[in-house]
Design a protein around this ligand. Structure first.
Ligand SMILES: [Cu+2]
Length: 225
């Protein structure tokens, strides 16, 4: 599909909210994301912020489940973990060497002592925002917990696709953030209205200037981390 045609489809999808009777049923949405150079953008955090309708009636629960940010081969795995406000995140260390995980981010400052395996209870994340993770032993270890103020969030796959299902009818603001952004603020990609039983597909392009992808570290086999 040409870029021009994708653009027309995207604009139509944004400008023509379909009418849907409020039946209590849910909508599905898929968004194909790309970078400024039109190539697919993997690992993009996508947030849908409810602006009205059923979606806006959501109230965040006090606790929002258990999540895992692992440490494998001297890297955080996944690089970016998106969680809702109220999430409890475990930080197991699957390497043989010890790590010391910390964050100085205003959304969640914490520090775990030097450890291997699963030594500490999960860390709770009660404020929305970006939490940048580091390891005091290995400077090259950088990871991110993105705490979403909205329960409607996702992350794009290797083809740039992010999928949502079971969305309440309503209007949403679409925001996105990537570790390749030069700053910590998400970019507003657009807005849409969803009918109750609708399936919508969008193509959206990130305009923020991107840093080149971080090179994947390769460790020699046979060494035990
Ligand atoms: Cu480490």
């Amino acid at each position: 599909m040409t870029r021009r045609r994708r653009l027309i489809i995207a604009v139509c999808a944004l400008l023509l909210p379909l009418l849907g009777a409020s039946t209590g049923a849910a909508a599905d949405l898929q968004i194909l994301t790309s970078g400024p150079d039109a190539s697919p953008l993997a690992g993009l955090v996508v947030l849908l912020l409810a602006q009205g309708g059923k979606a806006a009636e959501y109230k965040a629960p006090a606790s929002a489940g258990n999540w895992v940010m692992d440490q494998v081969d001297l890297q955080f795995e996944p690089e970016v973990l998106v969680v809702p406000v109220g999430a409890r995140v475990s930080f197991p260390n699957s390497d043989v060497v010890a790590h010391q995980v910390y964050s100085f981010s205003p959304a969640r400052r914490f520090s775990l002592g030097l450890y291997r395996g699963q030594r500490y209870p999960p860390v709770d994340f009660t404020k929305p925002g970006l939490v940048v993770l580091g390891c005091n032993i290995h400077d090259s270890m950088v990871g991110y917990v993105y705490v979403s103020e909205s329960p409607y969030f996702g992350k794009s796959d290797a083809t740039g696709l992010v999928q949502f299902s079971g969305l309440p009818a309503g209007s949403y603001l679409i925001k996105a953030w990537s570790p390749r952004f030069k700053g910590e603020e998400p970019e507003t990609l657009g807005q849409l209205s969803l009918g109750a039983t609708e399936t919508q597909s969008l193509s959206l392009t990130v305009r923020s200037a991107l840093r080149p992808p971080a090179p994947k570290l390769v460790h020699p086999k046979g060494l035990h981390y």
